[in-house]
Design a protein around this ligand. Structure first.
Ligand code: SF4
Length: 311
């Protein structure tokens, strides 16, 4: 394996390439990568890097987002089959039909969407800025929120806005919703709970906290929010409710702390499709290129720029 890693590092230098890896990638990929982060953070790295070739170790919509905002660079993904159940939960045709039902509504899409969906969107959002972006939209406007129902419920709860929510979900985060929070709290009474807002458990936790559940040690964070929280926290026990891949990065940041996944089963098969062998092959043969046409990218870029102007 170390031989292959050396070959990757050599090729990377020869080709002036950069390797970007999402927080949910396997540990070996995270360790080789130049940058590890969430989808928007990585796309922003794609813009700021001097590298000409970007190897995106994540899923397809993320490589597309990088191609949208860094159109002059070559973006490749080591496995074209690395998709996303959440991004696949709505098609551009379905969105156009939905918009016809609410012609005056503002369309807000989570970044986990295809380029076609972003091109039909007014504002793109990430889990860390969704509340802020929605609050910046005039209050008299109805909002169509897609594709994630859990993030949509969470944003509705926090902002109290008039929102229609698409019934989409990530199969990984949906699974976490079935896990008993109370059971995990009993097992780890001193732990801080860091919950991703896509998880079914976060919106239900918020509802419960208003009614009877003690949620004081539960924090809703995007993946980058979790990283920042752990860096600044003096606590040494954390339960993490999102895809298990992030535990590798958290352990590197704070080796002295204990991290427990809320559910061992929260594994994204798509994210785990990228292996060191596929990364080597991708770099060697500069495949598989992900290129969004300039016409589509220009429309899609607008929704991302509107978001960035607010946050
Ligand atoms: S964890 Fe869910 S949202 Fe993230 S890439 Fe996998 S399927 Fe998509």
């Amino acid at each position: 394996m170390s031989d292959m890693i050396n070959k990757i590092l050599k090729l990377k230098k020869e080709k002036n390439a950069v390797i970007l890896a999402h927080n949910y990638q396997i540990p070996e990929i995270q360790d080789i990568a130049d940058f590890v982060g969430d989808s928007l953070g990585l796309s922003q790295q794609a813009v700021s890097t001097n590298a000409e070739l970007i190897v995106f170790c994540g899923v397809h919509f993320m490589a597309e987002t990088a191609s949208i905002i860094a159109p002059n660079k070559k973006v490749i993904i080591p496995d074209l089959e690395a998709g996303c159940s959440l991004a696949a939960s709505i098609t551009a045709e379905q969105l156009r039909e939905w918009k016809k039902e609410y012609p005056d509504a503002v369309v807000v899409s989570y970044i986990n969407t295809t380029a076609e969906i972003k091109a039909e969107t007014d504002y793109c959002v990430t889990s860390s800025n969704a509340v802020k972006v929605v609050e910046a939209i005039p209050r008299n406007k109805k909002i169509l929120f897609l594709p994630d129902k859990f993030l949509g419920q969470y944003v509705t709860l926090v902002t109290g806005r008039d929102m229609e929510i698409w019934n989409g979900a990530c199969h990984v985060h949906e699974k976490i919703g079935e896990v008993s929070f109370k059971e995990s709290q009993d097992q780890h009474p001193n732990a801080e709970f860091l919950v991703h807002p896509e998880c079914g458990c976060s919106s239900s936790c918020m509802l419960k906290s208003k009614l009877y559940f003690d949620c004081k040690s539960i924090h809703i964070y995007s993946t980058e929010g979790m990283i920042n929280y752990v860096k600044s926290s003096d606590k040494d026990e954390f339960v993490i409710a999102t895809e298990v891949g992030i535990l590798h990065r958290l352990k590197k940041i704070k080796p002295s702390a204990a991290f427990y996944p809320l559910s061992e089963k929260s594994v994204c098969e798509y994210m785990k499709m990228i292996t060191v062998e596929k990364l080597y092959d991708a770099l060697l043969n500069e495949k598989f290129e992900v290129k969004v046409s300039e016409e589509l990218a220009a429309k899609a870029r607008l929704s991302i720029e509107r978001m960035l102007a607010i946050v």
